[in-house]
Design a protein around this ligand. Structure first.
Ligand SMILES: [Zn+2]
Length: 115
């Protein structure tokens, strides 16, 4: 597990906007949607065709994640912190930074499970 898996407390809370979760993704699809090989990622508000109050987290097939030994709840917690503005490698300085630049084309909004 990377050292910064658990988010700083400032970002470690529920997302106040509309949270979408795309779960049960195969790894090749995650790599496409996330722009790099990864187990999960977040498309933050204002990117990928999302409105400024929408955030999408992309999660892998459950059995893939279960092999890592990290709970699915902790994985969601990590990604939701990204919805709240957390970025890796940045010191927690308080207010969230502006949204990241768009790196990938918008995803088709399906099949999301609204939380
Ligand atoms: Zn992360």
């Amino acid at each position: 597990m990377r050292d910064d898996f658990y988010p700083p407390s400032h970002y470690d809370h529920e997302y106040a906007g509309k949270l979408f979760i795309s779960a049960e993704n195969a790894l090749p699809n995650l790599a496409l949607a996330c722009g790099l090989p990864t187990l999960s990622c977040t498309q933050v508000p204002g990117t990928h065709g999302l409105a400024s109050d929408e955030c999408l987290i992309l999660l892998p097939k459950r059995d893939i994640w279960d092999k890592t030994g990290i709970s699915f709840e902790d994985l969601k917690r990590h990604e939701i912190a990204h919805c709240n503005g957390w970025r890796h490698g940045k010191i927690d300085t308080g207010p969230p930074p502006p949204p990241m630049e768009v790196r990938n084309p918008p995803m088709v909004k399906r099949p999301y499970i609204q939380q």
